[in-house]
Design a protein around this ligand. Structure first.
Ligand code: ZN
Length: 159
């Protein structure tokens, strides 16, 4: 049964409310995670708790239990001159910046209008209701190393 400290192998599909597929993992390329280690969004982790191998489920996750609500304060207008001259700014491009606390934050360029650049620091899936179809392929106990690292190892990497 899926519980804290178990490594779970999943097949899943993720769609947004418009029915567009955002992400897929199938049995050939499954998704592996350590349950209870915040590797998946809270709403999905909660729904997976107690499921058994072979179980399937449809899970709808509200934004607050997914990637959060859209924070309007993270939509910021800056000027072209705040970017390096040699960078060609296009909507959709992403860049990383650091807060005063040193945390890395990914911003997406929303639009470029003359000297004005609108950037957005929200997660691309913020504000989205997430629709998962999950199937539990395998459940095993975490190794000591996985428990220490706080994530699942897929056998192809060691660190
Ligand atoms: Zn590791």
């Amino acid at each position: 049964m899926i519980a804290k400290g178990k490594v779970v192998k999943l097949a899943y599909s993720l769609k947004n409310s418009k029915g567009e597929t955002i992400d897929v993992a199938d049995s050939k390329d499954p998704f592996l995670y350590l349950h209870g280690a915040k590797e998946v969004v809270p709403g999905l982790e909660k729904a997976l708790e107690g499921m058994k191998k072979g179980d399937k489920k449809s899970v709808t996750v509200a934004p607050k239990d997914g990637y959060g609500e859209i924070n309007p304060e993270l939509k910021i207008e800056v000027t072209r001159s705040q970017f390096p001259q040699n960078v060609e700014l296009k909507s959709g491009m992403q860049f990383e910046t650091h807060t005063q606390d040193g945390y890395g934050m990914i911003f997406t360029v929303e639009s470029v209008t003359g000297e004005k650049v609108l950037i957005n620091g929200n997660h691309p899936l913020a504000g989205e209701t997430l629709h998962f179809e999950v199937e539990v392929l395998e459940i095993r106990a975490a190794t000591q190393e996985e428990a220490d690292h706080g994530h699942a190892h897929d056998g192809t990497h060691n660190h």
